[in-house]
Design a protein around this ligand. Structure first.
Ligand code: PHE
Length: 350
């Protein structure tokens, strides 16, 4: 029995050399110390040992067990230390190296332009109200005085949705939505996206932004003169103080009289060029005095209230303002393009 124990110890310690792997160490532990392992087996056979020798053999068993255990522990400790040193070595940090630059995101040029436009109207006392993209016929057409057979309702213009709803073709639904729920005096701008069945091209997109604006108060207090004042002020604030403006008679079902606003061509300053088709002028928005029929539809008495409204495309203003010549660039999200327009934050910091 004694020889067996010594042999077992010698074999185990020989296997637990300095280069033993974690797997080898574990295998020895299980084989020698584990339940049903070699040492347990020896202890089970203690009864066969003559009584006189038992204490000595018992001591030897304990000693062998302790020796192997402490060797196992020492090896495991050494491996833990080595693993720690390895991982510290791998994660070593040279704090003197220059840092990696994280590219900063920025706002989309259309967002920047939209914000600047809204800022100008806010500075004139307009509040900003978002209204819905998915609309019904009443708020997109009927309340805006579109006759039932008006061509703008046609399939080739409007995206119709199941259940009688549609995607708004302009933000003028904002006028109706806000006026239905509130009483004048009102000065509100409604930014948002609109949808028409157009192909994406240099000049058009099936989805585009608009800003609708309107001002309503007691009859006589908001006139065509105020419309001209507000929109001329907007044009000069947005396009620059040297910008010339002209109002041209036009037609919309929901305004009477109606006018489109032209600004002097930004490229040739009115001299005439390819962009303004030699006219010297560029159209930027539609406007007019809100039609009495529209006021009636929202429950206002046209004898009591009066107001003006306007609507302008965001991409159109962005093309002009940023000197971009292709609408598609705004939707392709090519970072080389988007990166060319510093945000207001960067601009005001410089
Ligand atoms: N809704 C018109 C359009 O989409 C713009 C407009 C708004 C014109 C308000 C007059 C008054 O073209």
């Amino acid at each position: 029995m004694r020889e067996q124990l010594e042999a077992l110890r010698a074999a185990a310690l020989a296997e637990l050399g300095d280069r033993a792997s974690a797997e080898q160490i574990e295998a020895v532990r299980v084989r020698v110390l584990g339940r049903g392992g070699e040492l347990t087996e020896v202890m089970r056979r203690m009864r066969e040992v003559p009584a006189a020798e038992r204490p000595a053999i018992g001591q030897l068993v304990n000693q062998v067990k302790r020796e192997i255990e402490s060797r196992l522990e020492a090896l495991q400790e050494r491996q833990r230390a080595a693993a720690l040193a390895r991982s510290l070595g791998e994660a070593r940090l040279d704090v003197t190296l220059p840092g990696a630059r994280i590219p900063r995101g920025r706002l989309h040029p259309l967002t920047l332009v939209m914000e600047q436009m809204l800022d100008i109207f806010a500075s004139m006392g307009f509040e900003v109200a978002a209204t819905q993209d998915v609309e019904d016929d009443f708020h997109n057409f009927e309340a805006l005085n579109f006759p039932p057979d008006h061509p703008a309702r046609e399939m080739q213009d409007t995206f119709f949705l199941p259940g009688g709803m549609l995607l708004r073709t302009h933000t003028s639904n904002g006028q109706i939505r806000v006026m239905q729920h509130r009483k004048p005096p009102l000065a509100v701008v409604c930014p948002g996206n609109c949808y028409r069945r157009d192909e994406l091209s240099v000049r058009a997109s099936p989805m585009f932004g608009q800003i609708e604006g309107f001002m309503v108060d007691r009859a006589g207090r908001v006139t065509m003169a105020h419309l001209k004042g507000v929109l001329s002020e907007f044009a000069r604030a947005f396009y620059g103080p040297q910008t010339a403006v002209r109002f041209r008679a036009s037609f919309f079902p929901f305004t009477e009289p109606s006018a489109e606003l032209d600004i002097s061509c930004l490229l040739c300053a009115g001299a005439g060029c390819r962009v303004c088709k030699q006219s010297g002028w560029t159209e930027i928005l539609g406007s007019g005095m809100i039609h009495p029929n529209v006021l009636r539809k929202v429950g206002y008495d046209p004898a009591e209230y009066q107001g003006f409204a306007f609507g302008m495309g965001v991409e159109r203003q962005a093309l002009l303002k940023l000197g971009v010549d292709d609408m598609r660039l705004f939707f392709e999200n090519d970072l080389r393009f988007l990166g060319q327009f510093p945000s207001f934050a960067a601009r005001s910091a410089s």
